[in-house]
Write a protein that binds this ligand. Structure first.
Ligand code: ZN
Length: 346
């Protein structure tokens, strides 16, 4: 028997900068026209996704991680390592920074730091994001922040559909209005807000964290290194977006039938376009699921795009006896990689 694919029910967040595209574009049943975030694959206590179907239906991802670690290749760690969000920024998000693991452990009750990355699903013409700043050193950074010299301080860059950005801890950043982004990040919610455009929420400005920000922001700014590479195989195009200490992220496009082996501890999959089938099950844009360890061969079929993330390779060797149905059939492994496909479910 093949292990089940774990389909998840997303959690939604209403925020002052949110919009309605998670409903209009992704087809989700959103709670209001200020829905900024879909926590698509999350075991975080502030938005712990529930399993939709199968033998684990109704269970939260955090509990599944605790009780059935075998589904995740017996990966180590006291919490699910990643958090996948789809973000609809109708207005600008606050200018912010995240600490690294060391700073967060010391100052935030043993929490994790946050490395995150953005895949731009869509954006308005002339949309921009904030990444980095223009201070030459820590002293100038402190002067610019305390003096509120935002125009001079903040480094804004234009953004286009399909762009990808890796945001390391200590990097000043903000998603700006008119962008729809899929974010893959460490499972952490520690954010230091530097500047919030003097906006009010329920009549009050949101809390700022000036001291922590000055401590945490690196100066001068250095752009994260990441080079995108593409692998074409059969009816799949696999684009590696980033490999870092915490995650690897790929965009996969499938046009037709394709086979791939699941060789990682587990795979997070978010469908970002089109539709199709995986091992006979219908999948389409907006679906989020986890392919468990030792799933074996993924049979993909359709016309679809997805963002896939994983942590490390599985330590134990992939064992064919777990997948008796496949015994004797030579499946082409994707040089240590995996999947994608295409179809119709709407
Ligand atoms: Zn962030």
């Amino acid at each position: 028997m093949k292990r089940e694919i774990i389909f998840l029910e997303p959690a939604f967040k209403q925020v002052i900068w949110g919009g309605n595209k998670l409903g209009a574009d992704f087809g989700y049943d959103i709670p209001g026209d200020n829905t900024g975030e879909c926590w698509a694959i999350s075991a975080h206590p502030k938005g712990d996704c529930k399993v939709i179907s199968g033998q684990y239906a109704g269970m939260n991802l955090s509990r599944l991680w605790d009780k059935h670690r075998e589904l995740f290749g017996n990966a180590k760690g006291d919490r699910y390592p990643l958090l996948i969000k789809i973000i609809d920024a109708k207005q600008d998000l606050s200018i912010q920074v995240h600490p690294d693991d060391k700073y967060a452990a010391e100052h935030e009750n043993g929490s994790l730091g946050k490395t995150e990355c953005w895949y731009v699903l869509d954006c308005d013409e002339n949309a921009a994001v904030v990444i980095g700043h223009n201070a030459r050193d820590k002293a100038e950074l402190e002067k610019m922040i305390r003096g509120k010299h935002w125009g001079e301080f903040i480094r804004e860059i234009p953004v286009h559909k399909g762009d990808f950005f890796q945001i390391e801890p200590g990097c000043l950043h903000a998603i700006k209005g008119g962008t729809l982004i899929l974010e893959t990040q460490q499972n952490s919610d520690i954010t230091y807000r530097v500047y919030d455009y003097d906006r009010l929420q329920n009549g009050k400005p949101r809390e700022l964290h000036i001291e922590q920000s000055i401590e945490v922001i690196k100066a001068p700014f250095e752009a994260a290194q990441c080079s995108r590479s593409v692998l074409r195989q059969d009816n799949m195009m696999i684009e590696k977006l980033v490999d870092c200490e915490y995650y690897s992220v790929e965009k996969i496009d499938v046009t037709g039938k394709a086979l791939a082996e699941q060789k990682h501890s587990f795979l997070n999959v978010s469908m970002i376009g089109g539709a199709g089938r995986i091992n006979g099950m219908e999948i389409c844009k907006g679906k989020n699921f986890i392919i468990p360890a030792r799933y074996g061969t993924m049979e993909l079929d359709g016309d679809m795009s997805m963002i896939v993330s994983y942590t490390e390779e599985m330590e134990e060797k992939y064992d064919k006896t777990d997948n008796k149905n496949d015994a004797g059939k030579e499946r082409k492994a994707l040089s240590g990689r995996y999947m994608s496909s295409h179809g119709y479910c709407r």
